[in-house]
Design a protein around this ligand. Structure first.
Ligand code: SIN
Ligand code: MN
Length: 273
């Protein structure tokens, strides 16, 4: 499925595009049902909330068969991703953020590309995130806040968290890119200035909706005090013309896809699990 010209323009202008009900609720249910069997338990890419008990996120190695294996190769999202990036694509990262009812914690204001640049050696932000709503995202359960047009600022000087700020000095280094106390965040002053000029949006929708967003868009989300959990998957596609350079301290394979072969999209009618 390819985007219409108008949709492409919206993405270019705002740095994001919401496609309502891209997948059917039945299709999405096959993923959430599988998730509820706890098949993810004990995996090395799991991240807990600061309370030490609530699951915050899971990460899948894109070279292995996992829950997001099929959906991440589906033409409904791969083709728009190829169109946005102007090339064939491969998967850089696959994750599910749980944002649990009552206990799901926040994501501070940040940009994504700085992580892939600094930690993974990605040369340019020629990548795109696709956030697939696995449950309804509404005004109560911590939707993503995003500043439209902020991707045009490029990489903004970030605040960088140090080892000493870490809640758990025993935790592996990679965790600092996924906890509520994030490694690189956008300073409050910058957020205030950007929001004054550009505003904030909070795309919401039914399960199966998909939000495409640019890795330099400033975004974050609040904690979830509602009784509704907010499970979403995020698939990050990188252009095959933007392969990372070698870095000194490579992050684990469950965070950084290293199969640079172009994805052959599965047909629109393909099953997703
Ligand atoms: C992210 O910024 O990668 C996730 C934000 C969220 O789950 O709300
Ligand atoms: Mn992010």
């Amino acid at each position: 499925m390819y985007l219409q010209e108008e949709q492409q323009k919206t993405y270019e202008e705002n740095g994001f595009l919401l496609l309502d009900n891209l997948f059917s609720q039945d299709q999405i249910e096959t993923i959430t049902t599988k998730l509820s069997t706890n098949s993810w338990e004990g995996k090395p890419g799991n991240v807990l909330e600061e309370d030490g008990g609530t699951l915050r996120a899971i990460h899948e190695d894109p070279t292995e068969t996992g829950l997001l294996d099929k959906i991440s190769k589906h033409a409904l999202i791969v083709e728009p991703a190829m169109q946005i990036l102007g090339s064939q694509v491969y998967i850089h990262q696959l994750k599910i953020n749980f944002k649990a009812a009552f206990n799901g914690d926040l994501w501070p204001w940040h940009q994504d590309y700085i992580y892939w640049q600094q930690e993974d050696g990605m040369p340019t932000p020629r990548a795109v995130n696709v956030m697939i709503f696995l449950e309804e995202v509404n005004e109560f359960n911590g939707p993503l806040y995003i500043i439209p047009g902020s991707h045009k600022q490029g990489v903004i000087t970030s605040l960088q968290r140090t080892e000493e700020d870490s809640a758990d000095p025993e935790a592996p280094e990679w965790i600092s890119s996924f906890q509520s106390n994030l490694k690189y965040t956008t300073p409050e002053e910058t957020v205030s200035e950007l929001v004054k000029e550009l505003g904030i949006e909070a795309p919401k929708g039914k399960p199966g909706s998909a939000l495409f967003f640019h890795p330099n868009c400033v975004h974050g989300s609040t904690n979830n005090i509602s009784p509704f959990s907010r499970k979403i998957a995020i698939i990050t596609y990188n252009s095959v013309e933007n392969i990372p350079i070698t870095v000194g301290n490579p992050r684990p394979d469950f965070l950084v896809g290293r199969d640079y072969q172009a994805i052959k999209p599965l047909p629109n009618q393909a099953l997703i699990v």
